[in-house]
Design a protein around this ligand. Structure first.
Ligand code: 13P
Length: 253
């Protein structure tokens, strides 16, 4: 039985005060992490403060991207060593917005996964297809390729502890959710890819999230599906009330 994991991706939203208010506001309400892993991936600037507040309860804090080098002349970038130095637990890697707007390649993502593991940061590795690819019937091929590239060079034990996230690009921030059946089918294809690359035990252990217009109204249906182990959530993670509803639904799934 895989424990559900709900990760909020705040993207480039919230001022510092709003971020603090949110985390302080959910403090007494986050369900026990016996039942659900609760994560918030916040703007990098706020991470140390949020880690400090969240260390009092069962909320993990993550970053939204990072470089793969530990240090160097990379103006504006943040390194895995720097994230680890403020006790960040998770990092989102290969989000479609990073791939599209910042030219993040499969090769760079693979290096970032290695760097995250070297610092005991859990990578949340994203994959997903464009609308054009879905319509052309190449969705499963696309995500299998992205996942295979991201996992190159890691052994089964390392892969077991990673989180994979299927986010169809056409469903992000559009209000269009993939049907639970479609989402499950692609998450199943991702699991089959892991089985092919490793073995059945690894495929059964790795957690796969769905992301793309997830909200309290559709989370239960998604989590009821065999291959969907949680959600990577943008818009609905910005308000404490809806984020807590997602956690509750996952804790009771
Ligand atoms: P929305 O939940 O706003 O569609 O965003 C999904 C996403 O990109 C999470 O990483």
């Amino acid at each position: 039985m895989r424990k559900p994991i709900i990760a909020g991706n705040w993207k480039m939203y919230k001022t510092f005060d709003e971020a603090i208010q949110f985390v302080e506001g959910v403090q007494d309400k986050v369900p026990s992490n016996d039942n659900v892993d609760a994560v918030i991936c916040a703007p990098a600037l706020y991470l140390p403060t949020l880690v400090q507040i969240a260390s009092e309860f069962e909320l993990a804090i993550g970053a939204q991207t990072m470089h793969y080098e530990n240090e160097g002349a990379f103006t504006g970038e943040i390194s895995p060593a720097q994230l680890a130095s403020v006790a960040v637990d998770y990092v989102i890697l290969g989000h479609s917005e990073r791939r599209e707007y910042y030219n993040e390649t499969d090769e760079a993502i693979n290096k970032k996964v290695a760097a995250a593991l070297a610092h005991n940061i859990v990578p949340i590795i994203c994959c997903g297809e464009t609308l054009q690819e879905r319509e052309a019937g190449t969705t499963e091929q696309k995500v299998a390729g992205q996942i295979t590239a991201a996992l190159a060079g890691f052994d089964a034990q390392q892969v077991e502890h990673m989180v994979l996230a299927y986010e169809p690009i056409w469903a992000i921030g559009t209000g269009k959710t993939a049907t639970a059946e479609d989402a499950n089918q692609v998450c199943g294809a991702i699991r089959a890819t892991v089985e092919k690359l490793y073995d059945s035990a690894t495929a059964q252990a790795v957690r796969i999230q769905y992301g793309g217009s997830v909200k309290p109204e559709n989370i239960e249906e998604l989590l009821a599906k065999e291959h969907i182990d949680g959600a990577l959530v943008g818009g609905a993670s910005l308000q404490a009330e809806s984020y807590l509803k997602l956690l509750e639904a996952a804790a009771n799934a």
